[in-house]
Design a protein around this ligand. Structure first.
Ligand code: SF4
Length: 510
Protein backbone atom coordinates (compact mmCIF):
# COMPACT_ATOMS: atom_id res chain seq x y z
CA UNK A 1 0.00 0.00 0.00
CA UNK A 2 1.31 3.49 -0.85
CA UNK A 3 2.25 5.67 2.13
CA UNK A 4 0.16 8.73 2.84
CA UNK A 5 1.95 11.99 2.06
CA UNK A 6 3.19 13.93 5.06
CA UNK A 7 1.49 17.28 5.65
CA UNK A 8 2.66 19.77 4.57
CA UNK A 9 4.60 17.79 2.03
CA UNK A 10 8.26 18.77 1.73
CA UNK A 11 9.20 19.79 -1.81
CA UNK A 12 11.02 17.09 -3.67
CA UNK A 13 14.75 17.68 -3.32
CA UNK A 14 16.13 18.04 -6.84
CA UNK A 15 19.62 19.08 -5.75
CA UNK A 16 22.09 16.96 -7.63
CA UNK A 17 19.51 15.97 -10.23
CA UNK A 18 18.60 19.24 -11.91
CA UNK A 19 21.19 21.91 -12.64
CA UNK A 20 19.25 25.15 -13.04
CA UNK A 21 21.96 26.55 -15.34
CA UNK A 22 21.31 23.68 -17.76
CA UNK A 23 17.49 23.83 -17.80
CA UNK A 24 16.24 24.31 -21.35
CA UNK A 25 12.96 26.10 -20.79
CA UNK A 26 11.68 25.91 -24.36
CA UNK A 27 12.25 22.18 -24.89
CA UNK A 28 9.09 20.98 -23.20
CA UNK A 29 5.64 22.37 -22.53
CA UNK A 30 5.34 23.85 -19.02
CA UNK A 31 4.87 20.97 -16.62
CA UNK A 32 4.38 20.14 -12.95
CA UNK A 33 5.75 17.04 -11.25
CA UNK A 34 5.42 14.93 -8.15
CA UNK A 35 7.62 12.17 -6.74
CA UNK A 36 5.94 8.75 -6.88
CA UNK A 37 7.78 5.60 -5.73
CA UNK A 38 11.23 7.02 -6.52
CA UNK A 39 10.11 8.21 -9.96
CA UNK A 40 8.31 11.36 -11.15
CA UNK A 41 4.70 11.82 -12.20
CA UNK A 42 4.91 14.70 -14.68
CA UNK A 43 1.87 16.45 -16.20
CA UNK A 44 1.09 19.36 -18.50
CA UNK A 45 -1.89 21.72 -18.54
CA UNK A 46 -3.29 19.72 -21.47
CA UNK A 47 -3.81 16.80 -19.09
CA UNK A 48 -1.08 14.57 -20.54
CA UNK A 49 1.11 12.79 -18.03
CA UNK A 50 4.04 10.46 -17.96
CA UNK A 51 6.04 8.64 -15.30
CA UNK A 52 9.77 9.25 -15.63
CA UNK A 53 12.77 7.75 -13.87
CA UNK A 54 15.12 10.38 -12.33
CA UNK A 55 17.59 10.27 -15.25
CA UNK A 56 14.72 10.66 -17.73
CA UNK A 57 13.30 13.55 -15.74
CA UNK A 58 16.72 15.21 -15.76
CA UNK A 59 16.93 14.82 -19.56
CA UNK A 60 13.47 16.40 -19.90
CA UNK A 61 14.46 19.39 -17.75
CA UNK A 62 17.83 19.83 -19.44
CA UNK A 63 16.35 19.30 -22.90
CA UNK A 64 18.91 16.63 -23.70
CA UNK A 65 16.58 13.89 -24.93
CA UNK A 66 17.98 12.53 -28.21
CA UNK A 67 15.36 12.78 -31.02
CA UNK A 68 15.94 9.14 -32.02
CA UNK A 69 15.58 7.78 -28.47
CA UNK A 70 12.60 5.80 -27.14
CA UNK A 71 12.17 8.47 -24.45
CA UNK A 72 11.75 11.17 -27.11
CA UNK A 73 9.05 9.05 -28.79
CA UNK A 74 7.22 8.60 -25.48
CA UNK A 75 7.40 12.31 -24.70
CA UNK A 76 6.29 13.24 -28.21
CA UNK A 77 3.33 10.88 -28.01
CA UNK A 78 2.27 12.57 -24.74
CA UNK A 79 2.62 16.07 -26.23
CA UNK A 80 5.52 17.10 -24.00
CA UNK A 81 7.92 18.31 -26.69
CA UNK A 82 7.19 21.91 -27.62
CA UNK A 83 8.64 21.71 -31.15
CA UNK A 84 6.46 18.69 -31.98
CA UNK A 85 3.15 20.11 -30.75
CA UNK A 86 0.20 20.43 -33.11
CA UNK A 87 -1.15 23.57 -31.47
CA UNK A 88 -4.44 23.67 -33.39
CA UNK A 89 -5.27 20.06 -32.58
CA UNK A 90 -4.40 20.57 -28.92
CA UNK A 91 -6.50 23.74 -28.74
CA UNK A 92 -9.47 21.78 -30.11
CA UNK A 93 -8.84 19.00 -27.62
CA UNK A 94 -8.69 21.45 -24.70
CA UNK A 95 -11.87 23.13 -25.90
CA UNK A 96 -13.70 19.80 -26.16
CA UNK A 97 -12.75 18.88 -22.61
CA UNK A 98 -13.90 22.25 -21.30
CA UNK A 99 -17.29 22.37 -23.00
CA UNK A 100 -18.87 23.19 -19.66
CA UNK A 101 -17.31 26.67 -19.86
CA UNK A 102 -19.50 27.54 -22.81
CA UNK A 103 -22.85 27.22 -21.04
CA UNK A 104 -24.69 27.70 -17.76
CA UNK A 105 -25.62 25.36 -14.91
CA UNK A 106 -26.71 21.83 -15.74
CA UNK A 107 -27.64 20.65 -12.23
CA UNK A 108 -30.64 22.23 -10.49
CA UNK A 109 -31.13 20.93 -6.94
CA UNK A 110 -34.70 21.49 -5.72
CA UNK A 111 -35.13 21.25 -1.95
CA UNK A 112 -38.74 20.07 -1.90
CA UNK A 113 -39.03 20.13 1.88
CA UNK A 114 -37.07 20.39 5.09
CA UNK A 115 -39.10 17.47 6.48
CA UNK A 116 -37.67 14.00 6.89
CA UNK A 117 -38.86 10.79 8.56
CA UNK A 118 -35.23 9.82 9.33
CA UNK A 119 -32.93 11.30 11.94
CA UNK A 120 -29.52 10.43 10.53
CA UNK A 121 -26.67 11.11 12.92
CA UNK A 122 -24.69 12.97 10.29
CA UNK A 123 -27.49 14.54 8.27
CA UNK A 124 -26.02 17.20 5.97
CA UNK A 125 -29.36 18.85 5.32
CA UNK A 126 -30.35 20.09 8.80
CA UNK A 127 -33.83 18.60 8.50
CA UNK A 128 -37.03 19.17 10.54
CA UNK A 129 -39.78 16.82 11.76
CA UNK A 130 -42.57 15.45 9.54
CA UNK A 131 -45.22 17.82 10.89
CA UNK A 132 -43.38 20.93 9.64
CA UNK A 133 -45.27 21.25 6.36
CA UNK A 134 -44.44 24.96 6.47
CA UNK A 135 -40.97 23.98 5.18
CA UNK A 136 -42.40 22.46 1.97
CA UNK A 137 -41.82 24.05 -1.43
CA UNK A 138 -45.12 25.42 -2.77
CA UNK A 139 -46.43 24.93 -6.31
CA UNK A 140 -45.88 28.62 -7.02
CA UNK A 141 -42.21 28.56 -5.94
CA UNK A 142 -41.74 25.25 -7.77
CA UNK A 143 -42.97 26.71 -11.07
CA UNK A 144 -40.80 29.79 -10.71
CA UNK A 145 -37.78 27.62 -9.91
CA UNK A 146 -38.44 25.51 -13.01
CA UNK A 147 -38.72 28.72 -15.05
CA UNK A 148 -35.33 29.80 -13.68
CA UNK A 149 -33.76 26.41 -14.39
CA UNK A 150 -34.92 26.57 -18.00
CA UNK A 151 -33.16 29.90 -18.42
CA UNK A 152 -29.86 28.07 -18.31
CA UNK A 153 -27.89 28.40 -21.51
CA UNK A 154 -26.95 24.73 -21.14
CA UNK A 155 -28.35 22.39 -23.79
CA UNK A 156 -29.15 19.92 -21.01
CA UNK A 157 -30.40 20.17 -17.45
CA UNK A 158 -31.07 17.82 -14.59
CA UNK A 159 -33.63 18.65 -11.94
CA UNK A 160 -32.62 16.83 -8.79
CA UNK A 161 -35.17 16.34 -6.02
CA UNK A 162 -33.57 16.83 -2.62
CA UNK A 163 -34.75 17.32 0.93
CA UNK A 164 -35.31 16.54 3.73
CA UNK A 165 -37.05 13.59 2.19
CA UNK A 166 -38.42 14.76 -1.17
CA UNK A 167 -41.08 12.03 -1.33
CA UNK A 168 -42.74 13.82 1.62
CA UNK A 169 -43.78 16.57 -0.83
CA UNK A 170 -45.02 14.19 -3.52
CA UNK A 171 -47.63 16.44 -5.14
CA UNK A 172 -45.12 19.20 -5.76
CA UNK A 173 -42.60 16.68 -7.11
CA UNK A 174 -45.17 15.47 -9.64
CA UNK A 175 -46.14 19.02 -10.49
CA UNK A 176 -42.51 19.95 -11.20
CA UNK A 177 -42.09 16.95 -13.48
CA UNK A 178 -45.24 17.73 -15.48
CA UNK A 179 -44.55 21.46 -15.63
CA UNK A 180 -40.92 20.96 -16.71
CA UNK A 181 -41.92 18.43 -19.38
CA UNK A 182 -44.46 20.89 -20.69
CA UNK A 183 -41.86 23.67 -20.84
CA UNK A 184 -39.46 21.34 -22.55
CA UNK A 185 -41.90 20.73 -25.38
CA UNK A 186 -40.82 24.18 -26.50
CA UNK A 187 -37.30 24.38 -25.06
CA UNK A 188 -36.18 21.01 -26.45
CA UNK A 189 -33.39 20.57 -23.92
CA UNK A 190 -31.84 17.29 -22.82
CA UNK A 191 -33.97 17.16 -19.67
CA UNK A 192 -33.66 14.59 -16.91
CA UNK A 193 -34.85 14.20 -13.34
CA UNK A 194 -33.26 12.48 -10.40
CA UNK A 195 -34.60 11.69 -6.97
CA UNK A 196 -32.43 11.39 -3.86
CA UNK A 197 -34.55 9.51 -1.34
CA UNK A 198 -34.41 7.07 1.56
CA UNK A 199 -37.23 5.22 -0.32
CA UNK A 200 -39.24 4.46 2.83
CA UNK A 201 -42.20 6.61 1.68
CA UNK A 202 -42.34 4.82 -1.65
CA UNK A 203 -45.30 2.67 -2.71
CA UNK A 204 -46.14 0.85 -5.95
CA UNK A 205 -48.24 3.73 -7.26
CA UNK A 206 -45.45 6.25 -6.73
CA UNK A 207 -42.96 3.84 -8.25
CA UNK A 208 -45.18 3.43 -11.33
CA UNK A 209 -45.10 7.19 -11.77
CA UNK A 210 -41.32 7.48 -11.24
CA UNK A 211 -40.67 4.73 -13.78
CA UNK A 212 -43.22 6.06 -16.24
CA UNK A 213 -41.61 9.52 -16.08
CA UNK A 214 -38.10 8.03 -16.27
CA UNK A 215 -36.90 9.59 -13.05
CA UNK A 216 -33.51 8.31 -11.94
CA UNK A 217 -33.50 7.08 -8.34
CA UNK A 218 -30.60 7.36 -5.88
CA UNK A 219 -30.50 6.37 -2.23
CA UNK A 220 -28.17 5.98 0.74
CA UNK A 221 -26.81 2.74 2.17
CA UNK A 222 -24.20 3.03 4.89
CA UNK A 223 -22.90 -0.53 4.79
CA UNK A 224 -24.25 -3.64 6.50
CA UNK A 225 -27.65 -3.55 8.27
CA UNK A 226 -26.29 -2.97 11.78
CA UNK A 227 -24.09 -0.03 10.72
CA UNK A 228 -26.77 1.44 8.45
CA UNK A 229 -29.53 1.32 11.03
CA UNK A 230 -27.30 2.69 13.76
CA UNK A 231 -26.49 5.89 11.91
CA UNK A 232 -29.57 6.26 9.72
CA UNK A 233 -32.14 6.26 12.49
CA UNK A 234 -35.76 5.53 11.56
CA UNK A 235 -38.19 5.05 14.39
CA UNK A 236 -40.91 3.44 12.21
CA UNK A 237 -39.05 0.30 11.18
CA UNK A 238 -35.96 -1.40 9.83
CA UNK A 239 -34.50 1.19 7.47
CA UNK A 240 -31.93 -1.12 5.90
CA UNK A 241 -34.53 -3.79 5.15
CA UNK A 242 -37.01 -1.29 3.69
CA UNK A 243 -34.51 0.66 1.56
CA UNK A 244 -32.80 -2.45 0.17
CA UNK A 245 -36.19 -4.08 -0.51
CA UNK A 246 -37.13 -1.09 -2.66
CA UNK A 247 -33.74 -1.12 -4.35
CA UNK A 248 -34.32 -4.73 -5.39
CA UNK A 249 -37.88 -3.96 -6.47
CA UNK A 250 -36.80 -0.99 -8.62
CA UNK A 251 -34.01 -3.04 -10.22
CA UNK A 252 -36.58 -5.78 -10.95
CA UNK A 253 -38.85 -3.23 -12.61
CA UNK A 254 -35.94 -1.92 -14.73
CA UNK A 255 -35.42 -5.47 -15.89
CA UNK A 256 -39.15 -5.96 -16.60
CA UNK A 257 -39.20 -2.95 -18.93
CA UNK A 258 -36.21 -4.35 -20.79
CA UNK A 259 -33.45 -2.03 -19.57
CA UNK A 260 -29.87 -3.28 -19.54
CA UNK A 261 -29.40 -4.16 -15.87
CA UNK A 262 -25.65 -3.64 -16.16
CA UNK A 263 -26.34 0.03 -16.77
CA UNK A 264 -29.65 0.71 -15.04
CA UNK A 265 -29.62 0.10 -11.30
CA UNK A 266 -30.52 2.14 -8.27
CA UNK A 267 -27.45 4.12 -7.25
CA UNK A 268 -26.68 4.01 -3.53
CA UNK A 269 -24.11 6.05 -1.63
CA UNK A 270 -22.59 5.43 1.78
CA UNK A 271 -21.55 8.25 4.10
CA UNK A 272 -18.41 7.20 5.91
CA UNK A 273 -18.40 7.98 9.63
CA UNK A 274 -15.81 7.06 12.24
CA UNK A 275 -17.45 3.73 13.24
CA UNK A 276 -17.32 2.66 9.56
CA UNK A 277 -13.59 3.23 9.18
CA UNK A 278 -12.84 -0.32 10.32
CA UNK A 279 -15.45 -1.86 8.04
CA UNK A 280 -14.13 -1.23 4.54
CA UNK A 281 -14.62 -4.83 3.38
CA UNK A 282 -18.08 -5.14 4.97
CA UNK A 283 -19.23 -2.05 3.11
CA UNK A 284 -17.91 -3.28 -0.23
CA UNK A 285 -19.46 -6.73 0.36
CA UNK A 286 -22.83 -5.14 1.16
CA UNK A 287 -22.85 -3.17 -2.08
CA UNK A 288 -21.82 -6.25 -4.06
CA UNK A 289 -24.59 -8.30 -2.43
CA UNK A 290 -27.12 -5.59 -3.39
CA UNK A 291 -26.05 -5.93 -7.02
CA UNK A 292 -24.46 -2.46 -7.15
CA UNK A 293 -21.87 -1.89 -9.84
CA UNK A 294 -20.50 1.30 -8.28
CA UNK A 295 -19.63 2.52 -4.82
CA UNK A 296 -18.99 6.19 -4.08
CA UNK A 297 -16.99 6.35 -0.87
CA UNK A 298 -18.20 9.67 0.42
CA UNK A 299 -16.45 11.31 3.34
CA UNK A 300 -18.35 13.13 6.05
CA UNK A 301 -19.05 16.71 4.99
CA UNK A 302 -18.63 19.73 7.28
CA UNK A 303 -22.27 20.76 6.75
CA UNK A 304 -25.54 20.36 8.69
CA UNK A 305 -25.70 18.00 11.65
CA UNK A 306 -22.42 16.45 10.48
CA UNK A 307 -20.59 19.58 11.64
CA UNK A 308 -22.23 19.33 15.07
CA UNK A 309 -21.60 15.59 15.45
CA UNK A 310 -17.99 15.78 14.23
CA UNK A 311 -16.69 14.93 17.70
CA UNK A 312 -18.29 11.49 17.65
CA UNK A 313 -18.48 10.74 13.92
CA UNK A 314 -15.54 12.72 12.52
CA UNK A 315 -12.02 11.58 11.70
CA UNK A 316 -8.81 12.87 10.22
CA UNK A 317 -8.29 12.76 6.48
CA UNK A 318 -5.42 10.30 7.01
CA UNK A 319 -7.84 7.93 8.76
CA UNK A 320 -10.26 8.30 5.86
CA UNK A 321 -7.50 7.64 3.34
CA UNK A 322 -6.38 4.48 5.13
CA UNK A 323 -10.00 3.29 4.97
CA UNK A 324 -10.31 4.40 1.34
CA UNK A 325 -7.20 2.57 0.18
CA UNK A 326 -8.20 -0.60 2.00
CA UNK A 327 -11.63 -0.47 0.35
CA UNK A 328 -10.30 0.22 -3.16
CA UNK A 329 -7.61 -2.44 -2.91
CA UNK A 330 -10.32 -4.89 -1.92
CA UNK A 331 -12.46 -3.71 -4.86
CA UNK A 332 -9.50 -4.29 -7.20
CA UNK A 333 -9.02 -7.77 -5.69
CA UNK A 334 -12.72 -8.56 -6.28
CA UNK A 335 -12.52 -7.32 -9.88
CA UNK A 336 -9.61 -9.68 -10.46
CA UNK A 337 -11.94 -12.48 -9.29
CA UNK A 338 -14.55 -11.41 -11.84
CA UNK A 339 -16.80 -9.22 -9.64
CA UNK A 340 -17.59 -5.99 -11.49
CA UNK A 341 -17.67 -3.10 -9.07
CA UNK A 342 -15.93 0.27 -9.24
CA UNK A 343 -15.22 3.12 -6.85
CA UNK A 344 -16.57 6.41 -8.18
CA UNK A 345 -13.94 8.89 -6.91
CA UNK A 346 -11.30 6.76 -8.60
CA UNK A 347 -13.40 6.31 -11.76
CA UNK A 348 -13.92 10.09 -12.12
CA UNK A 349 -10.22 10.80 -11.66
CA UNK A 350 -9.18 7.99 -13.98
CA UNK A 351 -11.59 9.26 -16.65
CA UNK A 352 -9.56 12.45 -16.72
CA UNK A 353 -6.17 10.77 -16.43
CA UNK A 354 -6.43 7.80 -18.78
CA UNK A 355 -9.57 8.34 -20.86
CA UNK A 356 -8.82 12.03 -21.57
CA UNK A 357 -12.44 12.99 -20.89
CA UNK A 358 -14.08 15.53 -18.61
CA UNK A 359 -16.98 13.89 -16.77
CA UNK A 360 -18.10 17.33 -15.51
CA UNK A 361 -18.25 16.14 -11.94
CA UNK A 362 -18.83 19.52 -10.32
CA UNK A 363 -16.59 19.06 -7.26
CA UNK A 364 -13.61 18.09 -9.36
CA UNK A 365 -13.43 20.52 -12.20
CA UNK A 366 -11.94 23.96 -12.61
CA UNK A 367 -13.57 26.43 -12.28
CA UNK A 368 -15.77 24.55 -9.82
CA UNK A 369 -19.49 24.00 -10.13
CA UNK A 370 -20.73 26.72 -7.73
CA UNK A 371 -23.45 28.70 -9.59
CA UNK A 372 -22.05 28.19 -13.09
CA UNK A 373 -22.46 24.39 -12.84
CA UNK A 374 -25.33 24.10 -10.39
CA UNK A 375 -27.94 26.03 -8.48
CA UNK A 376 -29.74 25.14 -5.26
CA UNK A 377 -33.39 26.21 -4.90
CA UNK A 378 -34.75 26.59 -1.38
CA UNK A 379 -38.51 26.18 -0.66
CA UNK A 380 -38.75 29.88 0.28
CA UNK A 381 -37.62 30.97 -3.20
CA UNK A 382 -34.03 31.83 -2.33
CA UNK A 383 -31.29 30.53 -4.60
CA UNK A 384 -27.90 29.22 -3.49
CA UNK A 385 -24.59 28.50 -5.18
CA UNK A 386 -25.17 24.76 -4.74
CA UNK A 387 -26.79 22.19 -2.50
CA UNK A 388 -23.85 22.65 -0.10
CA UNK A 389 -24.42 26.42 -0.18
CA UNK A 390 -27.97 26.02 1.08
CA UNK A 391 -26.71 23.57 3.74
CA UNK A 392 -24.42 26.33 5.02
CA UNK A 393 -27.49 28.60 5.07
CA UNK A 394 -29.40 25.99 7.09
CA UNK A 395 -26.65 26.44 9.69
CA UNK A 396 -27.49 30.15 9.91
CA UNK A 397 -24.96 31.57 7.45
CA UNK A 398 -26.11 33.05 4.15
CA UNK A 399 -22.64 33.35 2.62
CA UNK A 400 -23.71 31.33 -0.43
CA UNK A 401 -27.06 32.98 -0.97
CA UNK A 402 -26.69 34.40 -4.46
CA UNK A 403 -30.19 35.77 -4.89
CA UNK A 404 -33.79 34.69 -5.23
CA UNK A 405 -36.37 33.79 -7.83
CA UNK A 406 -37.11 37.53 -8.04
CA UNK A 407 -33.72 38.00 -9.69
CA UNK A 408 -33.14 37.43 -13.37
CA UNK A 409 -30.99 34.54 -14.54
CA UNK A 410 -28.43 37.05 -15.77
CA UNK A 411 -28.26 38.71 -12.36
CA UNK A 412 -27.62 35.36 -10.67
CA UNK A 413 -24.91 34.41 -13.14
CA UNK A 414 -23.02 37.69 -13.09
CA UNK A 415 -23.33 39.08 -9.58
CA UNK A 416 -20.27 39.74 -7.39
CA UNK A 417 -20.74 36.55 -5.30
CA UNK A 418 -20.84 34.39 -8.39
CA UNK A 419 -17.72 35.98 -9.81
CA UNK A 420 -15.89 35.56 -6.50
CA UNK A 421 -16.88 31.87 -6.35
CA UNK A 422 -15.68 31.25 -9.90
CA UNK A 423 -12.33 32.88 -9.17
CA UNK A 424 -11.93 31.03 -5.87
CA UNK A 425 -12.62 27.67 -7.53
CA UNK A 426 -10.14 28.11 -10.37
CA UNK A 427 -7.03 25.99 -9.84
CA UNK A 428 -4.89 28.38 -11.85
CA UNK A 429 -5.64 31.06 -9.26
CA UNK A 430 -4.76 28.92 -6.25
CA UNK A 431 -1.16 29.30 -5.01
CA UNK A 432 -0.63 25.58 -4.35
CA UNK A 433 -2.73 24.17 -7.17
CA UNK A 434 -0.87 26.19 -9.77
CA UNK A 435 2.26 24.10 -9.25
CA UNK A 436 0.51 20.80 -8.51
CA UNK A 437 0.99 17.81 -10.82
CA UNK A 438 -2.69 16.89 -10.38
CA UNK A 439 -4.01 20.33 -11.35
CA UNK A 440 -5.44 19.22 -14.73
CA UNK A 441 -7.63 16.62 -13.02
CA UNK A 442 -8.56 18.34 -9.76
CA UNK A 443 -11.06 20.95 -8.58
CA UNK A 444 -12.28 23.08 -5.74
CA UNK A 445 -15.41 23.55 -3.69
CA UNK A 446 -15.50 27.08 -2.19
CA UNK A 447 -18.28 26.04 0.22
CA UNK A 448 -15.99 23.40 1.73
CA UNK A 449 -13.07 25.85 1.93
CA UNK A 450 -15.29 28.39 3.66
CA UNK A 451 -16.71 25.93 6.17
CA UNK A 452 -13.37 24.38 7.08
CA UNK A 453 -10.91 27.25 6.63
CA UNK A 454 -13.00 30.41 6.84
CA UNK A 455 -12.49 31.71 3.30
CA UNK A 456 -13.81 30.65 -0.09
CA UNK A 457 -10.23 30.43 -1.37
CA UNK A 458 -9.00 28.26 1.47
CA UNK A 459 -5.34 27.36 1.77
CA UNK A 460 -4.65 24.15 0.00
CA UNK A 461 -1.51 23.06 1.82
CA UNK A 462 -3.53 22.88 5.07
CA UNK A 463 -6.78 21.77 3.45
CA UNK A 464 -8.41 18.41 4.13
CA UNK A 465 -10.04 18.72 0.68
CA UNK A 466 -6.66 18.97 -1.01
CA UNK A 467 -5.22 16.25 1.20
CA UNK A 468 -7.99 13.86 0.25
CA UNK A 469 -7.67 14.48 -3.47
CA UNK A 470 -3.88 14.52 -3.52
CA UNK A 471 -3.80 11.26 -1.59
CA UNK A 472 -6.25 9.58 -3.98
CA UNK A 473 -4.29 10.87 -6.99
CA UNK A 474 -1.06 9.57 -5.40
CA UNK A 475 -2.73 6.22 -4.83
CA UNK A 476 -3.92 6.05 -8.44
CA UNK A 477 -0.57 7.23 -9.86
CA UNK A 478 1.10 4.49 -7.82
CA UNK A 479 -1.38 1.89 -9.08
CA UNK A 480 -1.01 3.04 -12.69
CA UNK A 481 2.78 2.95 -12.44
CA UNK A 482 2.71 -0.65 -11.27
CA UNK A 483 -0.43 -1.92 -13.02
CA UNK A 484 -0.33 -5.13 -15.05
CA UNK A 485 -2.44 -5.52 -18.19
CA UNK A 486 -5.41 -6.92 -16.24
CA UNK A 487 -5.45 -3.91 -13.92
CA UNK A 488 -5.19 -1.49 -16.86
CA UNK A 489 -8.15 -3.23 -18.47
CA UNK A 490 -10.12 -2.90 -15.25
CA UNK A 491 -9.30 0.82 -14.97
CA UNK A 492 -10.27 1.35 -18.61
CA UNK A 493 -13.58 -0.40 -17.91
CA UNK A 494 -14.16 1.97 -14.97
CA UNK A 495 -13.74 4.94 -17.31
CA UNK A 496 -16.02 3.66 -20.05
CA UNK A 497 -18.86 6.10 -19.85
CA UNK A 498 -22.09 4.59 -21.20
CA UNK A 499 -24.69 7.34 -21.08
CA UNK A 500 -28.06 6.47 -19.56
CA UNK A 501 -30.19 7.66 -22.48
CA UNK A 502 -33.31 6.12 -20.96
CA UNK A 503 -33.42 8.85 -18.31
CA UNK A 504 -33.57 11.63 -20.90
CA UNK A 505 -37.06 12.99 -21.48
CA UNK A 506 -38.21 12.89 -25.09
CA UNK A 507 -37.47 16.29 -26.61
CA UNK A 508 -40.37 18.36 -27.84
CA UNK A 509 -43.03 16.04 -26.38
CA UNK A 510 -45.25 15.95 -23.33
S1 SF4 B 1 -6.50 20.92 -4.47
FE1 SF4 B 1 -4.55 19.99 -3.90
S2 SF4 B 1 -4.43 18.13 -5.17
FE2 SF4 B 1 -5.94 19.49 -6.10
S3 SF4 B 1 -4.81 20.70 -7.64
FE3 SF4 B 1 -4.88 21.88 -5.72
S4 SF4 B 1 -2.96 21.38 -4.69
FE4 SF4 B 1 -3.32 19.77 -6.24
Amino acid sequence: MIALPTAPRAPTDLTGLIDLRKVKADFALPFNFRAIDGAFFVSTALGDWIILQPAEFQALCHGTVAPDSPLYARLKERNFIAAELDLQAQARRWRDKHQFLFYGPTLHAFVLTGRCNFGCQYCHSSIVGMTRTDTDMSIEVAERAVDMAFHTTSPGLTIEFQGGEPLANWEVLQHIVEYARQKNALAGKALSFSLVSNLTLLDEEKLDYLLDRKIQICTSIDGPADAHNKQRIWKDGDGFETTTRWMRRINERYQEVGLDTNLYRVEALPTITRPLLTRARDIVDTFVSLGCRALFLRKLDPFGFAARSAKTLGYSMDDFMRFYMEAVEYIIELNKQGVEIMERNAAIMLSKMIADTEPNYLDLRTPGGAVIGQLGYHPDGTVFSSDEGRMVAAMGDNAFLIGSLDNSYQELMTNASTRALVLASTNDGQPDCVSCAYKPYCGQQPEYNYKTQGSIQGRMRDSAWCRKHKSIFDFLAHRLKNADEAEWQMFRRWTTNRSQEHFLQERGQI
